[in-house]
Design a protein around this ligand. Structure first.
Ligand SMILES: [Zn+2]
Length: 102
């Protein structure tokens, strides 16, 4: 009878260890999931200034000439904005009569 009790306790301890092991596996899996999901599930956008691809959620957005564009940093965004304003002012200067600006 004591032997059965001992075996029963042994099985309990074993099961508890097993569940803890499985629980640890699941917890580890759940912790790892968002990282891998973030790496493959997120759409990538291209920064045309430095030609870099980056996750859309981490990109800076700016609407340039009516189009939404994405940038890796404020520096790239500012450069694109500066380019856009330069080309716009050039286009504007071309439209103006030559004698009106001096
Ligand atoms: Zn960039």
């Amino acid at each position: 009878m004591l032997v059965y009790l001992f075996r029963f306790l042994l099985v309990l301890v074993f099961l508890r260890l097993l569940f803890r092991f499985i629980g640890g596996l699941f917890r580890g899996y759940r912790q790892a999931e968002p990282v891998s999901g973030g790496a493959r599930g997120v759409p990538l956008v291209r920064d045309r200034v430095c030609n870099t691809f980056l996750p859309e959620e981490r990109a800076l957005r700016a609407v340039i000439a009516g189009r939404e564009e994405f940038f890796c940093s404020a520096a790239c965004r500012d450069r694109a904005l500066a380019d856009a304003s330069v080309s716009k002012s050039l286009a504007g200067a071309r439209d103006l009569p030559p004698h009106s600006t001096h």
